[in-house]
Design a protein around this ligand. Sequence first.
Ligand code: GUN
Length: 297
Amino acid sequence: MVRGDLLCPGEECMAQILDGKAVARKVLADVKAGVAAVKDRSGATPTLAVVLVGDFPSSKIYIANKKKAAAEVGIASRDFLYAEGLSQPELLGLLRQLNADPAIHGILLQLPLPSGCDEGEAIAAIAPEKDVDGFHPMNLGLLLAGTPTVVPCTPAGVMEILDHYGVELKGAEAVVVGRSRIVGKPLAQLLLARHATVTMCHTRTRDLAAHTLRAELLCVAAGRPQVITGAMVREGAVVVDVGINRLESGRLVGDVEFESAAKRARAITPVPGGVGPMTVAMLMKNTLQAARRQLGL
Ligand code: GUN
């Protein structure tokens, strides 16, 4: 199912590491070349508006990573940061202004929004062609319709990793844990489109392990640290861990207990260094595509 040799340090046969950092580097190199070509042909610089409302320490880190990647590939970013908050009408007004600005090609509205802001209404206020996160109902609808245009970055990154490592999806028994709009739901659609047999599990699933133990491909975006243990992983499965959680000890862990899962999996993404870097890389790819479309290239 997976190309390449398995690493077997010590007694236990450990799984192959699916290196998201390396795949992200490759995507970013392609985007960088694409951005240079856009600049050559149109004279315009692909530009991303970065909108952050509220004082969320983790959002600030995510945004810093995204801006750093943008600078590396030649995408300009413009900041609209409101640590003190913004009323819903003010936020909608800002988004309308960015929609109308031809020098802005993509709008990143970092989530979550503070309580009091209506996330769904704000996302729907972004022009679909500038929605580089792919969260707008129209873009999610196009994905469901089988004509994806802008695909949410994290699930798109998961697919990129699976394809890079040659994971066979046709007919595969795939289980997705988590049903968020950002990851679980779009990821299930992408896997379905590639002819996997997809089961979705969530907080109300009665016997989670009964499902995960059937999975040849197990994708976990539950938002709960180490909720999937090795005993819940099928022998020889490919495991993709979308979670990133900081324990009280300060240690970063995924939604999968890596050490025990790696003993049973054939291949697994690490945390950090797995899906995380792919989200940022795919955002850059989506921004380049949005700029190309708006510039008629
Ligand atoms: N918050 C957590 N993940 C994401 C993401 O991929 N995009 C945005 N805009 N906000 C997020």
